[in-house]
Design a protein around this ligand. Structure first.
Ligand SMILES: C[S@@+](CC[C@H](N)C(=O)[O-])C[C@H]1O[C@@H](n2cnc3c(N)ncnc32)[C@H](O)[C@@H]1O
Ligand SMILES: [Zn+2]
Length: 290
């Protein structure tokens, strides 16, 4: 049998999931999946790309998350620096999806798609989860579609999710912004949010080198946790802390938004630093819809 092109797989995925999707402009149902576009009941039209994603954002804005950042991010993932986190995410998704045959799992701010692609490779999860990835950055989503798989990728805004109410089982939010009114709107009754945030010592070696050079050179996750608690009931939390080889300092510096406020000269200086090991210090919190 002929192998399906990425755009054909995307059309199939859109058709399969059409009943849970809604138009980000008028909030009405998505009605038609055409050759290279998607239309809602009110004829709002969105492009689907040959690369295998649907663009549900009308005016794509430029952000600090550019192609280079996502390419460096995928290299860092290939070195295995975040493998421990990825394993934890797989275990947590496994735990909270084991009771149902079909679970809808959305990664918000999925970037270049590492965690979803890892989840897709896990047989148990793959057999009972439909995976969706959204990000506001077209560069991120464009890179996320690089593998052949059945993940539905879309350029979308997490503060205006293209899903109808009460449809999803899990939202994964790794180092990305949150919008809890949207998250709780689209999650069903037993639904959970898995959020990953930096803890005190996250990338402290880089933070210490740029101390005084950026506006916020110290970090506290207190406000983020409080806002999570205000909206969801925390049912699990875990801190993971380890030191790992940095492998390629330049890629690391490019992949983190921490350095986005630095000048070219400051980046060049940072690239010459003697950092060989880096501290990963992250907190995972899982919250249930109240
Ligand atoms: C630090 S990156 C994390 C990416 C990915 N979760 C990871 O861990 O590799 C933050 C991501 O949030 C995305 N983002 C920021 N604002 C967003 C929004 N309003 N809607 C969707 N994605 C957003 C950015 O484009 C970026 O990919
Ligand atoms: Zn519409």
């Amino acid at each position: 049998m002929r192998k399906l092109k990425k755009i054909e797989v995307l059309r199939e995925l859109l058709n399969e999931n059409i009943s849970i999707l809604r138009c980000p402009v008028c909030k009405k149902s998505i009605k038609y999946i055409k050759e290279s576009s998607v239309l809602c009941e009110n004829n709002h039209c969105f492009n689907i790309s040959k690369k295998g994603y649907v663009n549900l954002v009308k005016n794509n804005a430029k952000t600090i998350y550019d192609k280079k950042l996502f390419e460096s991010r995928s290299k860092i993932y290939e070195y295995g620096i975040y493998d421990e986190l990825s394993k934890e995410i797989i275990d947590i998704v496994d735990k909270y999806t084991s009771k149902k045959n079909v679970n809808f799992v959305l990664d918000v701010g999925c970037g270049e798609g590492y965690y979803l692609n890892q989840l897709y490779s896990d047989e148990k999860i793959n057999s009972r989860c439909k995976l969706f990835g959204i990000d506001i950055s077209r560069e991120g989503i464009s890179l996320a579609t690089r593998y052949e798989n059945s993940i539905l990728w879309s350029v979308s805004d997490l503060s205006n999710l293209p899903f109808k109410n009460d449809k999803l089982d899990i939202i994964i939010d790794i180092l990305s912004p949150s919008n809890y009114s949207e998250f709780t709107r689209v999650l069903n009754k037993g639904g959970v949010v898995i959020k990953v945030i930096p803890d005190e010592h996250y990338l402290k070696e880089i933070r210490s080198e740029i101390k005084g050079k950026i506006k916020k050179d110290t970090y506290s996750n207190k406000n983020v946790i409080n806002s999570f608690k205000d909206n969801l009931e925390i049912i699990y939390d875990k801190r993971i802390t380890y030191k790992t080889n940095i492998y390629n300092l330049e890629d690391f510096i490019k992949m983190t938004p921490l350095t986005s406020g630095l000048s070219k000269e400051q980046i060049n200086e940072l690239n010459k630093c003697d950092i060989e090991k880096i501290t990963v210090d992250l907190k995972i919190i899982v919250g249930k819809v109240k």
